[in-house]
Unconditional design. Sequence first.
Lengths: 332, 332
Amino acid sequence: MSPTRPVTLLTVAERAGVSKTTASDALRSSGRVSAETRALVLEAAEQLGYVPNGSARHLRRASTGAIGLHVPEVLTRSDYYMRFVFGVVEAAAAHDHDLTLITSGPSSRVPRVDGLILGDPLDGDPIVERLMRSGLPTVTGERFRGDGEADGVVVSDHAAMLGEMLDHLRERGAIRPALIVAGGETDWAAGIRRGYEEWCARHGAASVVGAVPFDVSYDETRAVARTLLAAEPRPDALICAPAGSAAQLQPVLSEAGLQAGTDLLLASCVEGPSMRAADPPVTAVDLHPREAGAACAELLFDILGGEAEPGTERVHPIELIIRESTRGNAPR
Amino acid sequence: MSPTRPVTLLTVAERAGVSKTTASDALRSSGRVSAETRALVLEAAEQLGYVPNGSARHLRRASTGAIGLHVPEVLTRSDYYMRFVFGVVEAAAAHDHDLTLITSGPSSRVPRVDGLILGDPLDGDPIVERLMRSGLPTVTGERFRGDGEADGVVVSDHAAMLGEMLDHLRERGAIRPALIVAGGETDWAAGIRRGYEEWCARHGAASVVGAVPFDVSYDETRAVARTLLAAEPRPDALICAPAGSAAQLQPVLSEAGLQAGTDLLLASCVEGPSMRAADPPVTAVDLHPREAGAACAELLFDILGGEAEPGTERVHPIELIIRESTRGNAPR
DNA sequence: AGGCGATGCCGGAACGTTCCGGCAAGACCC
DNA sequence: GGGTCTTGCCGGAACGTTCCGGCATCGCCT
C-alpha cells in the first residue's frame, strides 16, 4: 500500500537522536539507559509504528519465535481439540510467539520451532515418535506412553475423576456401572480405565468394559453399547469415554426401552456442546480444554526460559458437571 | 542434545569444496552452476543433513515464510473449521510455509506473515476489519460483506445449492419448506437466504424464514424451530443452516408429534458427524471444508507468486448428500 | 589473431537485530 | 589529586542467507 520504506530500529534511533544500540536497549529494557532516553525512544517508536523484525531478531538470537503443536487428527473429538488449540494460540501470543501447526502429512521435516507441544500423544503414532526424538524441548498434554520422556507434562487425574463420577452414580442409585473406553494408546484412556477398575475392586462391583479404538465411530460405539446393555444382569449406568459418543446413544436406548436418567444413568468423560444439547442433558467431565492448552504452552515457555526444570509435571484441574442424565430415582 | 555446531550453508560449501554462493545457487537451482557441481553440493547437503535457516532466508528476502489464518471462533461449527484449518496447514506445508493462527485475543499487532486467509469473514468483526486494512495480500473464504475487497476469494454457490436442495425436497413431496438461517454477517448465510427466496418466488411458495444470530446456540435454534412449526399451515420441510443444529431438533419434533423423514423433511446446510449419526441420518450439504481450506491457501500462494491476478475469484464445489431425513412418502 | 558473448564460479555487501567491549564523564574514596 | 567504580551511551561484529557485480576461461565468429 504505502511506498514508504519500512521503519526499522535505525529509523527509530535517528528519530530519537540516539544510536541503534541505545534504541534497542531502551525498547527491550536491557542494558543501561537513563529514564529520559528510554521515554524518548519509546515515543519515537510509537509515533513511527515500529514493529521489530522477527526474522532478524531470531537470526541473531538463534531462536525461531514459534512453537509447534501436534494434535491427533481425530475429528470426533474436534470440539475438545479446537478449544485446546485456541488456548495454546492465546498463550503463545502472550509470549510473542507464533504457533505452527504440525500436520500428519507426508512432509517429514521437523519444522523450525523453539519447542513442541503434543496434545494427547498416541503411542505408536509415527509423527509423535519422530517429534519426541527431535531433541527439541517438548511438553505433552497427558503422559506419553511410548518410549522416551517429554521435558514437561501437563496431566489431569482422570482416574480420580472416574472415582468421583462412580461415587456420584452410586449415590443416585446405580450399582452396576459399565464403561466404554479406548485401549492404552493414550494416557487419558488408560487413566479412565484404571480409575474404573480400582473403584470396582474397592466396591466389589463387577467390571464391565467395552473396549473401542481411540478414533471410534459413533456406529461402533452404538454397537458396543448394544452389547453391553444386552448383558445379564443389565448395567444400570453407562459411562462413555470417547468424546461426543454419549449423546449418540438415543437409538440404542430406545430399542432397549430404556429412559436415560432414570432406567439408565448416562455419563460422558468429555464435556461438549452435544452433551448440553442432548435430551436429557448428559452429565460430563469438563476437561477445560482451553486452559489445558494454555497450561501446556506456559510450561513450555517456562522450560525454554529456564524457569522450570526439565521433567516438570503440572496438574490441570478437571470438573464433573452433573446433569439430568444421572438424576436417578433417588429423592433430590 | 548434540553439542555439534549447527550445519550452515558454509559447512555444506566447505564439504563440497565450493564457495557459499555456489552452494546456495546449487541448492536453489538458480544462478549458473554446472550439473556436476550441483550434484556435489546436493550430496554434501544430504550427508550433513542441512536445513536452511528460515530466519536468515526471510530476513534477506524480506518475507516471513508464514501465512496467517483467522477463523471465527464459533464452537458449534468447530468440526467444519477444524477441517478447514487442516486443509490450509497441509497446503501451506506443501509450499514450505508455516501457518500462524490469528487469535481473537486482545493483542492488536498484525502478525508477521506474507499473506492472510480469512475463513468466513464476519462483517463487523473488528479483527477481520483490521486485517483487511493491513495491506497484506488477503484471500477470503466466501466474500467479505464489509468495506474493502480481498485480493482473492474462494466461493461456493450456496444459492444454487439451496435451489437444488429445494428441488429435491419438492420431489420428495414437500411444498412448504421453511428455513432457519443467520443474518447477513456472512456471505454464506446471505447466499443461502437468497437461494431460498429466489426459489420460493420462482415456485410461488411462501417464504418462511427463522432468523438467528451467526453464533446461535442449540437452544435458540430449537426455540425458533418450535415457532416455525407452530405456524399455520405448518411447514412440511425444514432446512437448517447453522452447523449441527439440524441434528438437535429431535425434542422439538417429538413435542409436535412429528417424525423426521416422513411428516417433516429435514435438511442441513452443513455436513458433519452429527448429521451422519442422527436418527434418522440427516440430508446435508458437504462443503468439503478441507479442500476449501486448501483452495484458499493455493490461491494465496498463486497471488504471492504473481501467478494469479489480484481480484481472482475461484469456485469451490459443494455437494448435496441425501439421507433418510428427506425420504418423504413418495415411492423410492 | 583479436574481439565478444556465454559459462562457471566467486567475494562482498546487505537484510535488521543483539550483544560484547570500550570510552568518556562524573562520583566517590583515601 | 590520583586512583577506582558506576553510569550512560556507542561502534562494530555477528547471525545465515541471497544477490549484485566481477573475473577468469573457453569457444566461436569474423
